[in-house]
Design a protein around this ligand. Structure first.
Ligand code: DP6
Length: 324
């Protein structure tokens, strides 16, 4: 092996039932299972080139050298792949996303899914999707779900072997749309990795985790039956529970902006009028408005009229991470 290269592409995902808090931080074994939709239209493309002439890994994100901490996290992930492949060659990694970096969309999910697929392929490994999902999980928890397309469930379980994602329903099962409202482009204060470590300091986390099997069951059923009202209420409840834990952690994490709250209120009002839409918010101020195709254009128009909306991105059910 002198030089071996591969290119892969992966989509981010939005969780209806969220991952927040780990049972094992180093292995990213989560406290609870999660369910997400892979977001087509938004993607990260990553090229990994193992080159025996390199003496260290070189990481470029959107054509710029990555920060020291990001480079270290990527190198650590490449180490996992090198260990399985049984070689020590360094690599050049070039990653590019077609959605704004500061948009507050968890780019680590698509980034580590694409890195896992490109890296293992360049290393000459041919792995099953479940195996790829386990490896991606070690890089970033939510990335294990982005290995798959459509509606995806991450089984929490308790060991490195058993904690991986699987398809719950394919992307053509239900044409939901995600209207992502950007109200702030700045990088978030406390990232997800640090946030997960604080979850246990909240007196509410135990209750949130204890109730997770019920929410997962309800969410699974709502997706399989294409029951929007049920999906909407369980999704909003789950997002609010996660933010309640964030708010009551020590130190307290407050991700919402005034605009975030306003959109949450409008979305709830529109649903009372009969529109099929609900909100969910990750570790940032931007709001994901999940809706059925039938209402998407009308909701998009209403969202664009709200003050403080910097940008609106639209995603549809996406496909699995793949080698190009
Ligand atoms: C709020 O997967 O970004 O988006 O494993 O530390 O990379 P790391 O965390 P990450 O956490 C995602 C948190 C979330 C909820 C979710 O996507 O389930």
């Amino acid at each position: 092996m002198a030089i071996r290269t591969a290119i892969a592409v992966a989509n981010p995902n939005i969780a209806f039932i969220k991952y927040w808090g780990n049972r094992d931080h180093a292995l990213r074994i989560p406290c609870n299972g999660s369910i997400s939709l892979t977001l087509g239209g938004l993607e990260t493309q990553t090229t990994v080139t193992f080159d025996e002439n390199l003496t260290s890994d070189h990481v470029f994100i959107d054509d710029r050298s990555a920060s020291a901490s990001t480079s270290a996290r990527v190198s650590q992930h490449l180490d996992r792949i090198r260990l399985i492949a049984g070689f020590k060659y360094c690599a050049k990694v070039e990653s590019r996303s077609n959605f704004p970096v500061g948009a507050g969309i968890a780019s680590s999910a698509s980034a580590f899914a694409a890195l896992t697929v490109a890296g293992t392929s360049a290393a000459g490994l041919s792995l099953q999707p479940i195996e790829l999902s386990r490896i991606a999980r070690l890089g970033s928890g939510s990335a294990c779900r982005s290995i798959f397309g459509g509606f995806v469930e991450w089984h929490a379980n308790e060991t490195d072997e058993d904690s991986y994602a699987e398809v719950l329903a394919p992307s053509n099962h239900w044409d939901l749309q995600d209207l992502i409202v950007i109200v702030n482009q700045e990088h978030k204060g406390v990232g997800s990795t640090e946030g997960h470590a604080l979850a246990d300091t909240s007196p509410l986390q135990n209750a949130r985790v204890a109730d997770a099997p019920r929410r997962l069951k309800e969410c699974r059923r709502a997706i399989l039956d294409r029951d929007f009202p049920s999906l909407a209420s369980i999704t909003e409840l789950d997002s609010n529970l996660m933010h309640a834990v964030m708010l009551t952690s020590t130190p307290s994490l407050m991700y919402w902006y005034p605009e975030t709250l306003q959109i949450m209120n409008e979305v709830t009002r529109w649903r009372a009028e009969g529109y099929e839409v609900c909100y969910t918010i990750d570790a940032g101020p931007n709001v994901h408005c999940i809706c059925t195709r039938k209402y998407a254009d009308r909701i998009e128009k209403r969202l664009r009229r709200l003050p403080g909306v910097i940008q609106l991105l639209r995603a549809s059910p996406g496909n699995q991470a793949r080698v190009l």
